[in-house]
Design a protein around this ligand. Sequence first.
Ligand SMILES: [Zn+2]
Length: 163
Amino acid sequence: MQTHLGRKPSFTDAWNSNAPWRPHLCRDAARLSQPKHIHTKGLIMTEAVTYTGGCHCGMVRFECTADLSTVTACNCSICTKKGLHFSFIAPRSFQLRAGADGLKEYLFNRHAIKHQLCVECGVETFARGAKPDGTQVIAVNVSCIDGIELARLKMTPMDGRKF
Ligand SMILES: [Zn+2]
């Protein structure tokens, strides 16, 4: 696995690889209160953009500001079985707009990542996690973004199977 770190990536490296707390993302998060800037062309994006998304049945809806130039293609058990592709962002860049009462939390292994499933359709729209220092992070399932075209995204391999 290629890594910009020049060494075997640790769980922390992988979890932090999207560095969602980069300053420009914080500025973009502030735009959430302004008119929406929805980008649905599906091309590889290198800037944080505000998106809407949700589960399959529509009960769970969210809004997020994410940089989709880094999306995980992880080989861990759950990402493989569910076909999950995550973008990691700061909690301030994620707003749950509907369905808060319709979420089931799924935990496994060390319970480090709290997967959020719609109780109606079962789709996992996002997960909650924390860095080792306690900083909270949201993993958005980019497949749940409205109008997304996965084939146009650049996937970043993540060796989650070893974590
Ligand atoms: Zn649903």
